[in-house]
Design a binder for this molecule. Structure first.
Ligand code: PRP
Ligand code: ZN
Length: 297
C-alpha cells in the first residue's frame, strides 16, 4: 500500500524512551490519534491530515531523509550518527522538544581507576554509535579499537568483548545494574523534531507549516508563564529587567492608586521562587504567576 500523498506522515519511535512523550506532544498539539493497538505500525490522526508511523528509532532518519515521512521525532544522537554516515542526507532539525535528555558516555567497569582520556588509547570500546564515538576520539587524537554492536552493549565487558563501552545514559540505572560507571561524556542528546528536505508541493508544505506552528506553540507553552504584579511607577524599569524572557510588558494604571500600575507579561523562560523574591525586592507586590494553556507565536 503506497502512502496517501494528501496526508502528512510522521515517524515516531514505536516503543522506547521517546515513544510516550512523542505521543503526548502530539496530543498537546490538539491531534486526536486513533488509538491503534500496540502492534499497529501506523495510526491515523482524525482531526488533521496526518498519519503516524511507529518505527525503530534508528530507522527514523532514513524515513525522513527519503521523504517517506515529511517529519519525525527522534533523539539527536540517532540523527547525528546517521548524518555522519550520510553527509548528503536530506533532512533538517527544526525544533528541540524539551524531553528525552540523555548523554552518550564512555563507561568502564566500576573497579577501573580511570583518570585520563589517554587511558583509552589502544583499548577496545563497544558501542552502537561508532561514528559519534569515532569522531570524538579522532578530534582528541586517540586511537582506540571501536567494536560495533547493535544492542546489549553493556554486556561487552563481562563477555570479554571490550574493556570499555560507549552507550546512551539517561538515569544511569542500566550502567549501574551492569557494574559499570560513566567516565567520559561524548555527546549530549535530546528529542528533536526533524523535517525532510525532499521537495513537496505547496499544499503539502502548508500542512507541514501548520503542524510545525502548533508544535512550536506547545513547546513555548511548556516553559511560559503569565505574570501579573503591582508596582509603583519608579520601580517599573527595574522590574521589567528582571522578568525572564518577557518582551514589552503591558502596564495598566491602578484605579484609586495614583502612581501605581499593574504589570502583565508573558515570560518565555522558567520563573523560579528566586525570580519572585527579586521582583519583590525591586518593589513589586501582589505577584501572580499563571500557567499558559495555549499559545501561537
Ligand atoms: C539506551 C541505552 C540503555 C538505556 C540507558 O537504550 O542503550 O539501554 O537507554 O538508560 P538508563 O540510563 O535510564 O538506564 P535506548 O533507549 O536508546 O534503546 P534502543 O537502543 O533499544 O533504541
Ligand atoms: Zn535504538
Amino acid at each position: 500500500m503506497s502512502p496517501d500523498r494528501n496526508r502528512l506522515h510522521m515517524a515516531i519511535q514505536k516503543s522506547g524512551r521517546l515513544s510516550d512523550q512523542s505521543r503526548q506532544l502530539l496530543r498537546d498539539a490538539g491531534l486526536k490519534l486513533s488509538e491503534a493497538g500496540k502492534n499497529h505500525l501506523t495510526a491515523r490522526v482524525n482531526n488533521f491530515p496526518l498519519d503516524l508511523m511507529f518505527v525503530r528509532d534508528d530507522d527514523i532518519p532514513t524515513f525522513v531523509a527519503d521523504g517517506v515521512c515529511e517529519l519525525g521525532i527522534v533523539g539527536r544522537n540517532v540523527l547525528e550518527e546517521y548524518a555522519l554516515g550520510q553527509p548528503a542526507h536530506r533532512f533538517e532539525e527544526v525544533a528541540r522538544l524539551g524531553f528525552g535528555s540523555c548523554s552518550l558516555k564512555i563507561a568502564a567497569p566500576e573497579s577501573f581507576d580511570f583518570s585520563a582520556l589517554s587511558m583509552l588509547a589502544g583499548e577496545r570500546i563497544a558501542t552502537s554509535y561508532p561514528r559519534l564515538l569515532g569522531r570524538f576520539l579522532e578530534q582528541r587524537g586517540i586511537r582506540a579499537d571501536i567494536v560495533t554492536m547493535r544492542g546489549a552493549v553493556e554486556l561487552a565487558p563481562r563477555l570479554g568483548i571490550a574493556r570499555f563501552i560507549c552507550d546512551l545514559v539517561s538515569t544511569g540505572a542500566t550502567l549501574e545494574a551492569n557494574g559499570l560507571a560513566p567516565v567520559v561524556d561524548v555527546f549530549d542528546s535530546e528529542a528533536v523534531l526533524v523535517r525532510s528536505m525532499k521537495p513537496i508541493d505547496a499544499a503539502h508544505a502548508e500542512k507541514v507549516q501548520a503542524l510545525l506552528m502548533r508544535i512550536e506553540g506547545v513547546i513555548a507553552t511548556a516553559e511560559s508563564k503569565y505574570i501579573v504584579l503591582n508596582a509603583p511607577e519608579a520601580a517599573i524599569p527595574a522590574i521589567s529587567a528582571i522578568l525572564p524572557g518577557a518582551e514589552a510588558p503591558t502596564i495598566v494604571p491602578l484605579v484609586g492608586r495614583p502612581g501605581h500600575f499593574a504589570v502583565q507579561a508573558v515570560c518565555q523562560e522558567s520563573v523560579f521562587w528566586e525570580t519572585l523574591e527579586r521582583l519583590k525586592a525591586a518593589g513589586a507586590s501582589a505577584i501572580l504567576v499563571m500557567p499558559i494553556e495555549k499559545m501561537m507565536l
